[in-house]
Every structure is written in C-alpha cells, then in structure tokens.
Design a protein around this ligand. Structure first.
Ligand code: ZN
Ligand code: ZN
Length: 381
C-alpha cells in the first residue's frame, strides 16, 4: 500500500518549523473533522491521515526517523526505528484523536477534557428548582440543597477501569465513537453500539461504577442565594453539575429561583406594593399609620386628611434590593378605606348625624349624590 508523504499530507515543506507543522495540522484538522464533514465519506480517512502525519512530525525523534527512513521507519519489519504504538487506527489513534479534541475544542466543550489520552466526556448540566420566600429574596440566604447527581467514582478515580488500566480504542469504530452503515443508497452515521460513542472500551470495568467512572449519589451543596433574586433568576455553579464520564470535566449546576407569592406584598422589580386598610375616620381626619415592611420591621406613613381609597403613598428605600449594582427600591402603600360594619346603635346615631351635616359642608364629594337625588326627586315629581 503506498502511503502519502507526511509532509504532503499536512501541506508543509520538509524544513518546516514545529510551530508551522502544528498550525498546518490544526487548520487541516478543523477542516476535516468528521463532525463537520457528515456528507464527505472520505473525511474520516483523511482525518486519520493527518493525525497520523502529525503524530510523527510533532515528535522530534519520530520525525528524525521519518526523515531518514520514510514510512519504512515505522513498518513492523524494519526494527530499530521508533514505532508509534501498534499502528494508527487502533491503539495510538484514539489518543491522537483526543489530543485534537483537547487542542481544538477544549474551550468549546467547556474546558479541559480528561488527560492522559482518555476518551472522556463532560458531565451534563443540572437544573435545580429552588423556591424561596420574598423575605429570603430580600435578605439573601445560604441554602443547603440536596443535588441528586453522578459523582466521580472514588474507587477508580473516575477512569472506569479496574486498577487504573488505560482503556483501549473501541475495535468496532476504531475510536471514532461512530459507525457508518449502508442503508439503501445512503450511508448513515450512528453512535457506535459497542462503546456508546465514547470511542473506547474498558477491558476490566471498575466494579464500583460498572465502568462509567461515576456513581449516582445525593450531594449536599451549600448555595449562596444573593439578595434581590427574582423568579427566573438563574444561578450558575460552575463544575457542580454531573460528573464527567471517565474523568471528563463535570457539568454546571443551574439553580432556577422561584420566589413565592407573599400575602402582603406584591413585587415589581425592586418596588413593593402593599394595600393597607385604614378606617374611614382615619382616612377622613388624617394621621399616622404603621405598616409592615419586608425587612420584618414597621414603617410609619402619614395619611393626609381626606384620603380616598386607592391613594398611594411611597416609603422610600423600603423595597427590594437590586440583584446587581446595589440600590434598593421603594415600597408603595395603597390605602383601602374600610366601611365600618356591625355598628352599635350609638355609632349609627353618630353617623346619621354626620351624614346630615355632610350635605352642607362637602358639596364636592356629594355633588354626584345630589344629582342622583334630584334625578330621583324628578322621577317621583
Ligand atoms: Zn469506578
Ligand atoms: Zn465504538
């Protein structure tokens, strides 16, 4: 089988500097990555080819051997020359493959993948719904939550392999994690059934975790809920999600906050609204009233004489804190004037008397009633 020259494969000259070789490789790897070339059936082979070339040319010793003997340096029969593993496509290929992943997709995948050439996958992000009271949202709180999650197996240190033996490339998919199958005219790509897409198999799976490298466990996590959270606030706890597969990095934990309805206060951003009942006499005569505040204390507001139901008053700085950037909202008090009920005969007497007097000195509020009265009188007329 005639093999292409490694330098040609990467498109660099023989005297290329290590940096140049690396750059050329990265560019090609990006171009040919199987995930981006689903409709190019050759890309997989080409991808392997550039990996193989880079594996040799990035290594000073192997490169020197290749420069002297060409491909023969790595043929089994040659002897003497350094051999890159058991031939690419099986053993070493998978490690080259995950190096590429580390190199190219490390950031994109959410950080460093498992080291040592292990095929690792990042754990899932977890969502945790947390209900808090409005008081808690006002003051912030430290909350311990029980997170059901998969944690890294301590027996095998997350490798999934008994005694820490390195996993080997999956023979079914040659470490790609995917297999191609002919279906009629089409070639379809499927997750490899042997390795479930991990690209690797473990000969002696760890007994504690069954080879997953992680075990299900409830974890108590202390979470700091900042003051000012609202329904819909998400708190991200990096790395507190599900453990990765076989030493991969963990996912993140998202706390989704839901603030419960409060029996007294309604919230709009940083402002609070509260309906406060006042007696008819207080609304008419004016005077101070005490209102409850969200901090558990009491605030005093002055009700102006002659206040109608629905009148709003503001208590500055008694609202909710802003989640970011500090500041605190106001509390708005809406008066609800109460009509007295269950009157004693004495009260009735006084109110009747009051009513008679009102007709003379309060024409404005009574103008509507007097117009109704005259209308009524006219009907009877
Ligand atoms: Zn284990
Ligand atoms: Zn496989």
């Amino acid at each position: 089988m005639s093999k292409r020259d490694y330098y040609d494969v990467l498109g660099v000259s023989k005297g290329a500097a290590p940096d140049e070789i690396k750059k050329a490789f990265r560019r090609k790897a990006k171009e040919l990555h199987p995930d981006r070339n689903k409709d190019n059936p050759d890309s997989e082979a080409q991808f392997k080819e550039i990996n193989e070339a880079y594996e040799v040319l990035k290594d000073e010793e192997k490169k020197a051997a290749y420069d002297r003997f060409g491909h023969a340096a790595f043929d089994g029969g040659m002897g003497g020359g350094p051999r890159p593993g058991q031939g690419f496509g099986s053993g070493d290929f998978s490690s080259a493959f995950s190096d590429v992943f580390d190199d190219l997709f490390g950031d994109f995948m959410g950080g460093q993948r498992g080291g040592g050439g292990r095929r690792a996958s990042r754990g899932s992000d977890l969502r945790y719904n947390l209900r808090v009271t409005l008081e808690d949202a006002f003051s912030g709180l430290q909350k311990t939550v029980q997170v059901p999650t998969a944690v890294s197996c301590s027996t095998c240190e997350g490798t999934g392999s008994e005694g820490g033996v390195e996993p080997t490339a999956c023979p079914t998919c040659s470490g790609l994690g995917k297999v191609r199958a002919q279906q009629g005219f089409f070639t379809v790509e499927r997750t490899c059934p042997t390795c479930s897409g991990l690209g690797q198999i473990i000969k002696n799976p760890c007994k504690a975790c069954g080879g997953n490298g992680r075990i299900e466990k409830d974890r108590a996590l202390s979470v700091n809920i900042p003051a000012g959270v609202e329904t819909g606030t998400r708190i991200r706890l990096a790395g507190e999600g599900e453990a990765g597969m076989r030493g991969g990095p963990p996912g993140d934990l998202y706390i989704f906050v839901e603030v419960e309805r409060h029996e007294l206060f309604e919230r709009d951003g940083t402002n609070l609204y509260c309906r406060v009942p006042v007696t008819m006499a207080k609304a008419a005569l004016g005077g101070a009233i005490e209102v409850p505040t969200i901090d558990g204390g009491r605030g005093r507001v002055q009700v102006p004489a002659g206040s109608q139901s629905g009148r709003q008053m503001r208590l500055r700085g008694k609202g909710m804190p802003a989640l970011r950037g500090g500041g605190i909202g106001d509390m708005f008090i809406e008066l609800a004037v109460e009509t007295p009920v269950n009157l004693t005969s004495r009260q009735k007497e006084l109110l009747s008397e009051f009513d008679e007097l009102s007709e003379d000195n309060n024409p404005e509020t009574n103008s509507f009633f007097s117009s109704v009265k005259s209308f009524w009188d006219g009907m009877k007329g």
